[in-house]
Design a protein around this ligand. Sequence first.
Ligand code: ZN
Length: 483
Amino acid sequence: MSRVGNAHKITRMTSEQSSRPDPTPTEAAVHGAARGGVTAALADLGSLVRIPGIAWPAFDQTQLQRSAEAVKALAEGTGVFDSVEIRTAAIPGTDEHGQPAILARRAARNGAPTILLYAHHDVQPPGDEALWQTPPFEPTVRDGRLYGRGAADDKAGIMAHIGSIRALTEAVGDDFDLGIALFIEGEEEYGSRSFAQFLNDNKDALRADVIVVADSGNWDSVTPALTVSLRGNAKFALTVRTLEHASHSGMFGGAVPDAMLATIKLLSTLWDADGAVAVEGLAVRDTDTPAYTEDTLRDEAGLLPNTTPIGAGTILSRIWNKPSVTVTGIDFTSVGAASNTISPEVTVVVSSRVAPGQSAADAYAALEKHLRANAPFGAELTFSEVDLGDGFLADTSGEAAEIARGAMHDAYGVAPVDLGIGGSIPFISDLVREFPQAQILVTGVEDPHARAHSPNESLHLDTFANALATEALLLARLNERKG
Ligand SMILES: [Zn+2]
């Protein structure tokens, strides 16, 4: 597996006192303009939050169109783009089209690099509105946070992009050299079904030297982070069959294996006694992780008083760098319908998180091989509904990562952390495939209390201001780079 990553993070975290070079007059002007633009950016963010643009077909799709038009107007309002369009792409294998995305482009001049700014304007459904303290689509400020669906994920990402462009323009005028592409997707929460096709259709308009994916989070509300690794996922349905038909458990029980017995014995081979994954061929990434205590885990994950954590090694290595296997669904007789029957067949859904650096296809192959090798009593196994998404391991050796870290340090006043994420952003592997030369920076506006996807989603206002300033400084510094 790749060794790129955060092995040097610990030294950086402890050398936090090391001073940063003084900002140039241009950087100071951009930083000032970014701070001055926060109020306007939050007002525009509130207007976006009022539009319930949700890509699930059960929701009113005209709202998603309204949302796209609002973002298009914001992009046009910056005055820096040669073109701003709303576009869709076909969903491969269907005759449907994906949801409206905004694509804007400004050509680079005088050998300056081009940066692609990504975020998404669709949001998760609100869920049970009774669980919201204030209505999900009514932006509300409370205790230093802006509440509302999409206030963080990911409409704040859009406004960090727009706000940073405004700050650059205010400080240096609109005649700058940096090339900028803006891509605001409309279906991220619904699986980015046309994403790969969209990249393919618009390859020239999206081509960039640096890509900022503003859809992740920070270490906490005051400490910035560059997301350097994401786990992949491999999910599949497994059907275990042992009999041609069901039988009376009193007649044959004890002599024939029912499918549930075989399933329990088979699934139990996936983990060691301590709950760590025990599947040969599933990779582990070997790198340092920041300190994170068991008490914090207990609190954040809601462990019951006597429940113990599973796995071995540092807690964050288990979540960021090692695989996990979880059974997430089962088709079997329900409790109410249970009878004294020996069952012939069970289907379960197995969901695995894959260590960064291993392909999801390799991980799935290892899981299937393991299960076939361990099927008890000659049980028949059928695999179906295989769903694979590759993880991400950033190449942080590039200049863009160093510039981004410096910008974070200057904007937040604290050295950034290299963050791993236990979850997946599958479309990032599409970006890596389509633009292998680009340096990809995964950043974000969220903090650990943002509750993206949950009721009472919110944005920490100071984190947002610092994220906006970070991106403005990043633009300013890339603008000075000449090929
Ligand atoms: Zn998101």
